[in-house]
Design a protein around this ligand. Structure first.
Ligand SMILES: NC(=O)c1ccc[n+]([C@@H]2O[C@H](COP(=O)([O-])OP(=O)(O)OC[C@H]3O[C@@H](n4cnc5c(N)ncnc54)[C@H](OP(=O)(O)O)[C@@H]3O)[C@@H](O)[C@H]2O)c1
Length: 275
């Protein structure tokens, strides 16, 4: 991937459009190797979280690579147990210690579950001012949560990271449109549906048409919508496959066809009803 294949966030920070996700990448060598493979393949963006328990491996893999820290975009997330002003600041310091880094490129509130989330956001703003996070954002925030935040924040979140694929795009369209209206970029997690829909007949048909794999069709679909996309793999060939998507594009007609595959799919936990 060309490292310039990046979007500019609302505070001027650049984010590479494809990142390596490491949710359920096991602690230890497997994750460290996956990151090395990814960096060799041209990825410059890693998405971790405290709850994934592999921030330490992300830090070691980046430190052991020959790539300067400032060329790699690192995201981590504030876990639910750490919500609240003081707890959130402490949690970021602990994440930074595990990552062996002085800053993360992006710090996200992982879920909107806690009534302390607005206090957490004040801590995120402080971390941003302190230079410990170059950008701050949220994850799994639905339109209602983003509205509440915009009504109460000093710094507008740079990103909302939500589950997105053709199988749930229309389900999330109101949140997506609202975020984009407010200059909040959308980051698509579980873009490969955790593998669940990779043998969907409609997807297979398009993969055949473009002589690409179903995973590549899903990643290219996300890019067509200008979402940042963070597929996870620990397999070297699939890590390479998932970033080998810059030599084709999908026609507008086929993008609309993919959009129509919506079935409100949620592969994790659905934040729709969180108050
Ligand atoms: N903010 C949140 O709440 C949240 C929630 C979920 C995920 N995320 C982030 O988003 C990232 C991606 O989501 P995800 O891990 O849930 O799922 P995903 O990326 O949709 O799918 C990962 C699964 O697909 C397989 N896979 C990867 N590339 C493939 C390919 N080219 N062909 C066939 N199978 C392939 C992987 O297996 P192998 O590893 O064996 O290749 C793994 O089983 C996470 O790692 C995490 O960083 C965030």
């Amino acid at each position: 991937m060309n490292i310039d294949t990046a979007y500019t966030l609302n505070n001027g920070i650049k984010i590479p459009v494809i990142g390596l996700g490491v949710f359920r990448s096991p602690v230890g060598e497997i994750t460290r190797n996956a990151i090395q493979h990814a960096l060799q393949a041209g990825y410059r963006h890693i998405d971790t979280a405290k709850i994934y328990a592999n921030e330490g491996d992300v830090g070691v893999a980046i430190a052991e690579s020959s790539i300067p820290r400032e060329e790699i975009f690192v995201t981590t997330k504030l876990w639910n147990d750490d919500q609240g002003y003081d707890a959130a600041l402490r949690a970021l310091d602990e994440s930074l210690a595990r990552l062996q880094m002085e800053y993360v490129d992006l710090y996200l509130i992982h879920w909107p579950v806690d009534e302390l989330r607005l206090q957490s956001w004040r801590a995120m703003e402080q971390a941003y001012r302190d230079g410990k996070a170059l950008a701050i954002g949220v994850s799994n925030f639905m339109k209602r949560h983003v509205t509440e935040l915009l009504d109460n924040c000093k710094i507008v979140p740079a990103i909302n990271q939500i589950e997105l694929s053709p199988f749930n795009y229309l389900y999330r369209k109101d949140t997506i449109d609202f975020c984009l209206e407010h200059d909040i970029e959308i980051e698509a997690y579980s873009p490969l549906t955790k593998g669940r829909k990779l043998d969907d007949p409609n997807l297979l048909k398009l993969a055949k048409k473009y002589t690409k794999t179903p995973a590549q069709i899903l990643i290219r679909w996300a890019l067509a919508h200008e979402f940042i996309v963070i597929p996870k793999s620990t397999n070297k060939q699939r890590i390479i496959e998932n970033i080998s998507v810059f030599d084709f594009s999908i026609s507008q007609e086929d993008i609309e066809f993919l959009d129509g595959l919506n079935e409100n799919l949620v592969t994790g936990w659905d934040p729709t009803d969180v108050r």
